[in-house]
Design a protein around this ligand. Structure first.
Ligand SMILES: NC(=O)c1ccc[n+]([C@@H]2O[C@H](COP(=O)([O-])OP(=O)(O)OC[C@H]3O[C@@H](n4cnc5c(N)ncnc54)[C@H](OP(=O)(O)O)[C@@H]3O)[C@@H](O)[C@H]2O)c1
Length: 292
């Protein structure tokens, strides 16, 4: 993996024939240059170390690179993948646009989050399972006062979900349902009987996206990660509560009429973001933007 941005005097650069050299001594976490094995393990040659030998970019180093801002602020980041021509899905799934490194970053972002907020359609189409407790993140999570795995919060008005699935019956921490006050009572009952916790974050049938962020934050879930889908993400954008977008640009073209990564009504004035970092692996760009 190459760190394309931020470029610093410690940013490593290629000197040819696949050889990679750093320009200054420094900590691996501050300036790194990586290549990947076929197994998808990112390898990193730390600046100041023997770069030709390289070494694996650990999940810990990825976690450092993607750490939430320090402090107590509520922070909502999204993690999405898009094709070059803007598709956020192919044949109903995002997996065809993804890569092994993308999945490593996906897992890292999960490992850092208190809560994963996801739209019900993505749960239905992608067969969501409970988040796992991963040894690689255990110490970091404990030090940050986090439980062993992030909570999954499903946004739904209909609660038309299969409550017999492991997402509801087997999570480490009960899955949350975010819905409106007018949600169908029998579905709310079914969700609770299955072990889910139902939270109201809207006065009507649906969820007010800004209120969803606040309701989760009130429960101490301030490091928030949304994994979409596009209809949900579009609402977070329109409500101006999306702080950060971790966007994987997949070196693929799909044509067709796939959804973009954010849908719904367009905003009046395009929301501006600034680039925070760009990593590259196998032609995939792992970008990170913050709302200005
Ligand atoms: N490219 C990527 O990174 C990425 C990421 C995630 C998903 N995807 C793809 O996106 C597709 C699914 O996304 P999508 O946009 O169609 O659906 P989605 O955003 O995942 O879910 C839409 C559903 O969420 C619920 N919902 C959304 N806003 C709500 C609100 N304000 N209040 C209450 N409920 C609300 C509704 O559920 P109910 O119908 O239950 O009321 C709605 O039908 C899949 O193909 C998936 O593969 C791509």
């Amino acid at each position: 993996m190459r760190r394309l941005l931020p470029v610093t005097d410690m940013t490593a650069h290629e000197t040819g024939a696949g050889e990679v050299h750093g320009t200054a001594a420094g900590k691996a976490t501050a300036a790194t240059e990586a290549t990947a094995t076929r197994a998808g393990e990112a390898q990193v040659a730390a600046v100041g170390e023997a770069p030709a030998a390289g070494r694996e970019w650990t999940l810990d180093e990825l976690a450092d690179a993607y750490a939430y801002p320090e402090g107590d602020a509520v922070w909502l980041r999204a993690n999405m993948v898009s094709s070059l021509d803007g598709a956020g899905q192919h044949e109903g799934r995002s997996q065809p646009l993804s890569s092994e490194t993308d999945m490593r970053i996906f897992g890292t972002l999960r490992g850092l989050a208190d809560v994963i907020v996801v739209g019900a359609e993505t749960v239905r189409l992608e067969g969501y399972r409970p988040a796992r407790a991963r040894e690689a993140f255990a110490a970091r999570r404990a030090a940050a006062g986090q439980g062993p795995a992030p909570v999954i919060a499903v946004v739904t008005a209909s609660l038309d979900l299969d409550f017999s699935l492991p997402l509801f019956t087997e999570p480490l921490v009960p899955t949350l349902i975010l819905t409106g006050a007018a949600a169908p009572a029998e579905r709310v009952r079914a969700a609770r009987e299955a072990g889910a916790e139902v939270l109201v974050a809207g006065d009507g049938a649906g969820v007010d996206p800004a209120r969803a962020v606040a309701v989760l934050a009130e429960r101490g879930l301030r490091r928030q990660l949304t994994e979409g889908g596009p209809r949900l993400l579009g609402q977070f954008v329109a409500a101006e509560v999306l702080d950060e977008l971790c966007l994987t640009i997949s070196p693929t073209m799909t044509a067709g009429g796939a959804q973009r990564i954010a849908g719904g009504p367009s905003v009046v004035v395009p929301t501006r973001f600034s680039v925070a970092s760009v990593l590259e692996q196998d032609g995939f760009l792992f970008t990170r933007y913050r709302r200005i």
